[in-house]
Design a protein. Structure first.
Lengths: 487, 479
């Protein structure tokens, strides 16, 4: 009889559900006839995400205290569970958006990889050890590299895949290097053990910390590590972009919060400043670059860089209120991202060409529901009332002000003011063109009916607006999740 | 009651957006909703006790960890401003129905949404809620001007949004600083602040909204390029949100010493705005621009009244706000009706319209004469109170204020003559008929209310603040 370690299968169940879904989607599509491939794979993946979300919420409910799992390589706590719920929700919506994509082959692979990426993220957010951290990161990254390049007949898709692969691997390499330095300095891999190892002024360890922040910055697409973002977001299939912009950001930022707070409490005076600087640079670069974009996907990519900046403010303040602000912010942000890219996808499928601001002309009047939804998502990104984006920004600024980071509040306010210009440009493009300016683009027939995509957009609207009205329950979950960190 | 006043138009807006109505039905529905809102306000009027402070209160926790709540209620002065809002909005929606706007469902939904948001601004008793409504006003205005506005609307909306949002975001920073320091965002529970920067954040936001010199850059484009009924709401009602904010937050929630430090500066800006706006109005070439600049001048006068910081001045400011709201709404709607006829409201193209058009001449002359504060009019009562309030602060301010009455007479009489009397321009043909019954139905109630308030200005000026408070304050000032 071989002695096996005690495994908390329940804590692993969200990941396993997604892995199972991935397997079904991949193997099933080999076994079933061609016409059944897409329904089977999509259904399995959707079911996997929903199951993972439900299981993660059970884990959330039953993890009042953080407990280590698998020899302290992972943590079962509410922070990870909440992040997993958000990732799973984003994934489920991404499946709905993907359904209408006119893809001839690679149906099974597409959905299998989507589920695998989701599994990797769900695993990643619970990592509490430098090895599992790297493992999770590579797991979902590799799946995403392939997803980006999946449309092999489109040059931009290949370009996106290659770029993401090279830059992403570079980021992973930096993260790995940093991990190695930290391990060398402390002799420990576990986050808590690193914190307990002492040696505050150890330069090896500080260098490792800096490299880890950099590596995670690549994944969160925070400036100045964002160079890949616009190209990849633009080139990747739009449904993949939707998933990446929402879920990857959730995973990367939650883990950044976790590792900094858990593993490096003694270096707090250094990393808070570093993260604050990265946040301000992201705000500046993201917003200024977005001003001149004509391609809507590129515009949204730069907007995601600037939102990374807002969320990094919440991490930089290093308080429980900050963590709460981050976790709240992620919800409307993820919903808005998925929704906005879904609307872009709808227009793209209508026209068959990349969507620029000009090509959005009159869209709001032609498709009233999608237009109004896009309005709401833009309002959410701007942080205007009646959307959760407003409350999110309010929380982030409040957290910053409460800890005395008033200059971060000013930076955030200025960035918001600049961002109005390009978000309103999208609205303007959809609604406010004179008939002379509107050159109808020949698309061939009436727009394809895409109920699933519309329902994904509707769900995003519900989350965006609902998170504004029902702040209290959301913020309570965020507080429960934040208390699992040692502030 | 208060919540019903906020939710009725918002719910109606949703209905108009969602249901597949015809344009006509959407217009009728939204007019019905606006009238129901007026009725609701009148019902509230009978239940309102002007000798008490905050009443008709609704309060629910929104998110407890930062002490933010949905907290609404009325003071006497906010009640009058709300009354102004519902009446002017009903007239504006009526105008939109009459003018048969394109894309009626979207249009009327936005108008109703705007109405709900403005009522929210005047009732919010929580800073964050106030901000939510304050910003929510901006969204429909942006679309209403941007989609249905005149040929230069793109520029108008861009300037308007940049100005107001810059102000609002400063206010958001101030609100956060205020609320986190006080430990609550509630306007009733919180104390006063002595932070100069926080004060300035609020001040700039309201100065932009009013607008106060030198933050008036957005004004002319916005008022000239919007549809006339939207301009009526903008100048008649939305600018009063700034009055409310200055009174309820900038004056009431900061230490008296701090406000006194800025009193001279604000009075000076208000006085400059008053004179400068009047002079610009005198130079303007069409009805809308005159009304726009006179609006700016009147806002200067109202802010002077507010920052006299005494009972007389503040009462006068509230009365003048209501009067000016009705006057400028009437004038903008009239300008719209003239534009519908001849395609323009430029003075050079109009003229001589008094002959054969008795209704138009009567309405315009009555409104104009009230606007130039002829003794016995409501505007005169308001200006008199403001001047009486400002005199103890410094006689110089009162002189500037009094001079503005002369200036108002100059530009208003010029407007009346240019439309009604001067040589006929190309647009003043026989084809442009007198006001039709439908148009009169919109304008007569507004003018009637102006005449009613002229007869009995105390209806507003003695019912804005409980007399007990006024007596206390008068006593405190006596020695």
């Amino acid at each position: 009889m071989i002695e096996t370690p005690q495994v908390d299968w329940f804590a692993l169940s969200p990941t396993l559900a997604l892995l199972g879904a991935s397997g079904i989607a991949l193997l099933g599509s080999v076994l079933v006839p061609a016409w059944l491939r897409r329904p089977l794979a999509a259904f399995a993946t959707f079911g996997g995400f929903v199951t993972a979300g439900v299981l993660a919420s059970f884990v959330f409910d039953r993890s009042g205290e953080a407990t280590p799992v698998l020899a302290e390589s992972m943590t079962r706590d509410r922070l990870g569970a909440l992040a997993a719920v958000i990732v799973a929700g984003a994934g489920a919506l991404a499946v709905l958006v993907s359904w209408g994509e006119r893809r001839r082959d690679h149906q099974g692979e597409y959905y299998a990889l989507l589920a695998a990426a989701g599994a990797g993220m769900v695993f990643f957010v619970t990592a509490s050890n430098l090895m599992t951290l790297f493992l999770g990161l590579e797991w979902f990254s590799i799946a995403l590299y392939i997803l980006c390049a999946l449309d092999t007949h489109r040059e931009t898709s290949l370009e996106a895949g290659l770029k993401y692969l090279i830059v992403g691997s570079f980021g992973s390499g930096i993260l790995l290097f940093g991990s190695a330095l930290v391990y060398g300095a402390t002799g420990e891999l576990g986050f808590t053990a690193i914190a307990e190892a002492g040696g505050e002024e150890d330069y090896l360890r500080l260098a490792g910390l800096a490299l880890i922040i950099t590596g995670l910055g690549f994944k969160a697409s925070a400036a100045p590590f964002h160079m890949w973002t616009p190209d990849v977001y633009q080139g990747a299939p739009t449904s993949v972009t939707a998933f990446m912009s929402a879920a990857t950001k959730v995973a990367a930022l939650v883990l950044t919060l976790r590792i900094l707070v858990v593993a490096f409490p003694d270096q707090e005076h250094l990393w808070t400043v570093a993260v604050a600087v990265i946040a301000v640079v992201s705000l500046a670069v993201g917003n200024l670059a977005a001003l001149v974009q004509r391609d809507v996907k590129r515009l949204l990519a730069y907007s995601s860089v600037s939102h990374a900046g807002f969320m990094l403010i919440a991490i930089a303040v290093n308080t429980e209120l900050g963590a709460r602000a981050l976790l709240y912010y992620l919800v409307p942000y993820a919903a808005g991202s998925i929704g906005a890219f879904a609307v872009v996808a709808a227009r793209e499928r209508e026209l068959g060409v990349p969507v620029t601001l000009e090509r959005l002309g009159g869209f709001g009047w032609e498709r009233p529901f999608l237009g109004a939804s896009m309005w709401i998502f833009m309002l959410g990104f701007m942080g205007l009332p009646l959307t959760g984006g407003f409350v999110g920004k309010f929380y982030v600024f409040s957290a910053a002000y409460e800890s005395g980071w008033w200059w971060l509040v000013i930076a955030g306010v200025v960035a918001t003011a600049i961002s109005l210009y390009y978000y309103l440009n999208v609205v303007r493009a959809m609604y406010m063109r004179t008939d002379v300016e509107l050159r109808p683009v020949v698309a061939g027939g009436s727009p394809p009916r895409d109920t699933l995509l519309v329902s994904a957009v509707a769900a995003s609207v519900v989350v965006t607006v609902g998170s504004f009205i029902f702040v209290q329950p959301l913020i309570e979950w965020a507080r429960d999740a934040a208390t699992s960190l040692p502030f | 009651m208060t919540t019903a006043l906020i939710l009725l138009p918002l719910a109606a807006a949703l209905v108009v957006w969602m249901l597949p109505l015809s344009g006509r039905a959407a217009g009728a529905l939204s007019l019905a909703a606006a009238l129901a809102e007026v009725v609701l306000w009148v019902v509230a009027l009978f239940r309102f006790d002007f000798q008490r402070d905050l009443q008709l209160v609704d309060r629910h926790s929104w998110f407890s960890d930062l002490e933010v709540s949905y907290h609404v209620g009325f003071y006497g002065f906010s009640f009058w401003l709300t009354g102004l809002t519902v009446v002017v909005s009903a007239a504006a929606i009526g105008y939109a129905v009459w003018a048969n706007r394109e894309r009626a469902r979207a249009y009327h939904g936005l108008m109703l949404f705007l109405l709900g948001a403005i009522v929210g601004v005047f009732t919010a008793q929580d800073l964050l809620l106030f901000y939510v409504f304050f910003e929510a006003m901006l969204i429909p205005i942006y679309v209403l001007v941007g989609v249905w506005g005149g040929p230069r609307r793109a520029r108008a909306t861009a300037t308007f949004v940049i100005y107001t949002m810059a102000g609002s975001l400063l206010m958001l920073a101030s609100i956060i600083a205020f609320g986190i320091t006080q430990g609550t965002f509630d306007l009733i529970d919180s104390g006063t602040s002595s932070n100069t920067w926080v004060f300035l954040g609020f001040l700039v936001a309201f100065a932009v909204k009013a607008p106060l010199f030198p933050f008036h850059g957005w004004l002319v484009d916005a008022y000239r390029e919007s549809p006339p009924e939207v301009a009526a709401i903008l100048s008649g009602v939305v600018s009063k949100a700034a009055v409310y904010g200055l009174l309820r937050i900038a004056i009431a929630k900061f230490d008296v010493e701090l406000v006194l430090d800025f009193q001279s500066t604000i009075l000076a800006l208000a006085a400059i705005g008053l004179v400068y706006g009047s002079l610009l109005a005198f130079r303007a070439r069409d009805v809308r621009t005159v009304t726009a600049y006179s609006s700016m001048a009147q806002m200067g006068l109202i802010v002077m009244g507010l920052f006299s910081l005494n009972v007389l001045g503040v009462n006068g400011a509230i009365l003048q706000s209501v009067a000016h709201g009705l006057i400028s709404a009437t004038l903008f709607l009239l300008a719209g009706m003239l534009e519908q006829r001849g395609g323009t409201s430029t003075f050079a193209d109009l003229g001589g319209l008094a002959r054969g058009r008795p209704a138009l001449a009567t309405i315009l002359l009555t409104t104009g004469v009230i606007a130039l504060a002829v003794p016995g009019s409501v505007a005169f009562a308001g200006e008199f109170l403001i001047l009486a309030g400002i005199y103890p602060i410094g006689w110089g301010w009162a002189v500037v204020g009094a001079a503005s009455i002369v200036l108002a007479a100059m530009y208003m009489l010029r407007l009346i003559s240019a439309v009604l009397h001067w040589r006929r321009g190309p647009a003043a043909t026989e084809a442009s008929r007198d006001l039709r019954p439908a148009e009169l139905a919109l304008l007569v109630p507004l003018v009637g209310l102006l005449l009613f308030l002229s007869a009995w200005p105390a209806a507003v000026s003695e019912r804005s603040f409980p007399l007990r408070v006024q007596a206390d304050e008068a006593e405190a000032q006596a020695p």
